[in-house]
Design a protein around this ligand. Structure first.
Ligand code: ATP
Ligand code: MG
Length: 575
């Protein structure tokens, strides 16, 4: 491909809203183009890389025995009502109406559609197991679209669904997909880690996220410094404090003027944060968005409340809870901002972390301005509606599997696999008959890869200050030949020869034959990040070219045949 004939526009400066390298570089290299917030189009180079990732995904899905289909992005409300998700999915669901007022959504995911197909088409155990997938555009009206392709409102996802007779079958399908995902991300050149994950709005029991390690990632993972434990911090289990066997002391109200935070009160009373109880107050909403109650959550003073665990304990969607207006909540429940404790609190759901009943004689707010209680004890002084693990596994905490210290890392969630079980088949009546004509619910799994987010993650892991350094497997082209003087006949002829040889050898070749200054061309070549850079210049009269691999080593002057062998072997080894 001749760059002089291509539609390309690279930029010197990134737009102001671009904060992270992948967003900056994909825009500057002219690969993506923003239409409105969170909605991007793909320009020639960007689209070629998207298609390369799609092809890797397709090959691995096919090899795993999944069959590709293609469903519409438009999904009727009725199917989402059957699964009970029309309300539960919340404002992220992009809702539209047709001219007759019938309601639809633009699919954020396709569990309902695939379950519908299978409930109509599958009747017998002989048709199972079955795996179907698609590579398709998804819509999520994200609250905070940002970071370019990383969190957009329209994005390309590969979604696959498995249908099995029983849990054992699901375990097998899940394993097959898990392995296929590892192959996909390895082939894309990502350094990644599968970690245990929460199941979120998709539902189900068991799940792993595939996380591309990156400082700018929005997923936080906790991993053990000694064993294999690795999980998102949303999901990671925590070890409760050992039971305190000391006797319960008498409840005592103490004046603690102006001590609203844990630090202030523990300093004022001369106790450790571990001896205090931290209160967090929330209001919850129903499916119509109306307030429907208050929640007070309590964790030990030095712990961090884990919102995902709280939401799961309450069995409500993530968007149905917010911090409460303390004054408004106080009128009904008796809480007092900064001085809230569980003793005497009423008309709200009290949710207490699982280790709290183990602890004795804690300091907690007295629900009265400038007062705390000392010696608050669970069971004697108050009880909870729910007692469950509510805390976040922090760095240095004990690993729930082996007790060694835990470390944290950040990453980009590029894929997730879920064991759905019978959540959708039960709700939507997807059944099969066994050998004895008995009906059973089909056992399902679902498996997503963010294709466009993967593209961004690759750039995040493969760039330097000058631009992108594509891994060969997903590069828009394998080789760029930069011709210093395209009008020079010798240089032009050598370029043509090399281009032909490389193409015949299986390489995708880009030729920069633009009438630009060499400096501009070299800058663009680095920015666009084609992995092999060949320069045809003055040496052409002696049949010599310069070869350099993007991101490594120095330019090397070689004669045409040696250059060809060096380049083509690299391309074919890595593509
Ligand atoms: P997140 O937690 O980042 O919002 P999710 O867990 O809601 O993602 P899934 O429902 O598991 O996402 O979707 C499957 C895959 O689709 C994700 O692993 C991710 O790679 C991709 N994805 C999800 N949301 C977006 C988005 N807004 N923009 C780009 N890719 C996305
Ligand atoms: Mg996910």
């Amino acid at each position: 491909m001749r760059m002089s004939k291509m539609h390309i526009k690279t930029l010197r400066e990134a737009p102001n809203d671009a904060k992270i390298p992948s967003h900056i570089l994909l825009v500057r290299a002219g690969m993506i183009r923003q239409l409105v917030s969170g909605v991007y189009g793909f320009m020639p180079f960007g689209w070629r890389s998207v298609r390369k990732i799609e092809e890797i995904v397709r090959q691995e899905m096919d090899a795993a025995g999944a069959q590709e289909i293609h469903m519409s992005a438009i999904q009727p409300k009725e199917l989402w009502e059957e699964s009970n998700r029309w309300g539960a999915y919340g404002p992220e669901l992009w809702r539209v109406k047709d001219r007759n007022g019938r309601e639809f959504c633009l699919g954020p995911t396709h569990e309902e559609i695939f379950t519908d197909i299978v409930r109509n088409d599958v009747t017998s155990h002989k048709q199972l197991p079955l795996m179907l997938y698609q590579i398709q555009t998804k819509y999520r009206d994200e609250a905070r679209p940002r970071f370019g392709l990383m969190r957009s409102r329209e994005f390309i996802m590969k979604d696959c669904y498995s249908f099995d007779k029983d849990e054992a079958g699901l375990d097998e399908s899940y394993k097959i997909m898990y392995d296929a995902y590892s192959k996909v991300f390895t082939r894309c050149g990502l350094s990644f880690r599968p970690v245990e994950a929460d199941t979120g709005a998709i539902g189900g029991s068991n799940s792993h996220e595939f996380t591309a390690l990156s400082e700018v990632g929005e997923s936080e993972i906790a991993y053990c410094t000694s064993c294999d434990m690795a999980a998102t911090t949303e999901r990671a289990e925590c070890v409760d404090a050992e039971p305190d066997e000391s006797p319960m002391l008498e409840l005592e109200k103490v004046n603690t003027p102006g001590t609203k935070t844990i630090e202030e009160v523990s300093e004022f009373l001369g106790v450790k944060a571990e001896q205090t109880l931290k209160a967090l107050l929330f209001v919850t909403y129903d499916d119509e968005g109306k307030e429907n109650g208050y929640v007070a959550a309590f964790v030990r003073g030095d712990r961090e409340l884990n919102m995902t665990k709280l939401v799961n304990a309450l069995d409500i969607p993530e968007h149905a809870i917010e911090f409460a207006d303390e004054e408004k909540m106080g009128k009904l429940t008796g809480c007092v901002g900064g001085f809230t404790g569980p003793v005497g609190l009423h008309d709200c759901k009290i949710v207490v972390d699982s280790e709290i009943p183990n602890l004795k004689n804690l300091v907690a707010g007295a629900n009265e301005k400038d007062y705390h209680y000392k010696n608050v004890n669970y069971g004697r002084d108050y009880e909870a509606d729910i007692v469950t693990d509510l805390k976040t596994l922090l760095e240095g905490d004990k690993c729930p599997c082996c007790g060694a210290p835990v470390a944290h890392a950040r990453g980009i969630e590029v894929g997730q696999v879920f064991k759905l079980g019978t959540k959708y088949s039960k709700a939507m009546g997807a059944l099969y008959k066994d050998e004895n004509q008995q009906d059973h619910e089909i056992v399902m799994g679902c498996y997503g890869i963010g294709v466009t987010r993967t593209l961004a993650a690759v750039v995040e892991q493969h760039h330097d200050e000058n631009g992108i350094i594509w891994p060969m497997s997903v590069a828009p082209y394998h080789v760029i030949i930069t011709v210093m003087k395209p009008e020079d006949e010798v240089q032009a002829a050598l370029t043509d020869d090399l281009e032909r040889m490389l193409q015949a050898g299986g390489a995708e070749v880009l030729v920069d034959d633009r009438k630009e200054r060499p400096g501009v061309k070299f800058k663009d070549a680095d920015l666009i990040g084609i992995p092999v850079q060949v320069t045809v210049g003055r040496g052409a009269v002696d049949g010599k070219v310069e070869v350099k691999f993007r991101g490594e080593g120095e330019k090397e002057e070689l004669d045409l045949d040696t250059a060809f062998i060096k380049v083509i072997s690299k391309v074919n080894r890595e593509k």
